[in-house]
Design a binder for this molecule. Structure first.
Ligand SMILES: C[S@@+](CC[C@H](N)C(=O)[O-])C[C@H]1O[C@@H](n2cnc3c(N)ncnc32)[C@H](O)[C@@H]1O
Length: 255
């Protein structure tokens, strides 16, 4: 896709406040797809389906016979409540090389049950309060293969909020070593990618440091149960201790 093609898709389909990737951010994702040629892709945060359709087009253009799984925790598009999530996907992506599967009423914490992977690339654009982007990264990690490239949207969201809730992507960005992260340039500075092709000790340090930063959303008992399970399975006792300490500090029941 050229910038002109992407711009014409946005002119036809995109509306303000739809929370979608921008043209420049689409080019950032397209360049990663061209470089790594992922055959399997997972997206968290389907919404209208605009980003999913653009990812499918970019994979198709790169000559990839692949699959994209797009996941959302509900099925009402927040930008137009008369529409289901993903309603734009079939309108925009009409190719056949890339198979698109929509998973509604699901979250990253359901990945183990869904059994969809492994994925070579992921796009995390779901819940932005901390610790959700870190949790999404934690849950997708055991399902990643190949380049293990994970893209996060809305790095700059916190700069636009007087009451800062959407700090999650910024906290993920800050924990990764420079050698394992890449931020978009120019008009794409709101998006970044991290490589999960890093050693276990480095990821564990990222998780422990990140989870102990102040949370801006509370986690329910079922999410907490699943986080503990994945931490026990994929990280060490130190990470579980850090999560339990974060629970005491930031997730105590409100009095
Ligand atoms: C910013 S929108 C995604 C925009 C889309 N990626 C695009 O660029 O066109 C965020 C979406 O994430 C969904 N969402 C919020 N929290 C979620 C969670 N924990 N897991 C999965 N989806 C979630 C919302 O329903 C919403 O549709």
């Amino acid at each position: 896709m050229t910038p002109t093609e992407i711009e014409s898709i946005f002119a036809k389909y995109h509306k303000p406040n739809w929370g979608s990737v921008s043209v420049d951010e689409t080019l950032f994702i397209r360049d990663l797809i061209d470089r790594h040629k992922p055959k399997s892709f997972v997206e968290f945060g389907m919404a209208s389906g605009l980003s999913c359709a653009l990812i499918a087009k970019a994979m198709d253009d790169a000559g990839i016979d692949g699959v994209i799984h797009t996941i959302d925790h509900d099925d009402t598009f927040f930008g137009d409540k008369t529409k289901p999530n993903g309603f734009l996907i079939d309108e925009i992506y009409t190719g056949s090389r890339v198979k698109v599967h929509k998973h509604k009423f699901k979250r990253s914490i359901d990945l183990d049950d869904l059994d969809l992977g492994p994925f070579e690339m992921a796009f995390i654009d779901a819940a932005h309060p901390h610790p959700w982007p870190l949790i999404d990264t934690l849950f997708v990690r055991p399902h990643m293969t190949g380049s293990k490239t994970v893209i996060h949207h809305d790095l700059e969201l916190f700069t636009k909020q007087r009451v800062v809730l959407g700090i999650g992507p910024k906290y993920v960005w800050d924990q990764f070593p420079e050698s394992a992260r890449q931020r978009g340039e120019g008009g794409a500075s709101n998006i970044f990618s991290v490589s999960l092709d890093i050693d276990d000790a480095t990821f564990e340090r990222i998780f422990c440091d990140g989870i102990l930063l102040p949370w801006t959303s509370q986690l329910g008992p079922m999410v907490v149960h699943r986080v503990r399970k994945v931490v026990e399975r994929t990280l060490s006792k130190r990470a579980l201790d850090a999560f339990n300490e974060a629970m005491i500090r930031f997730n105590a029941p409100k009095k």
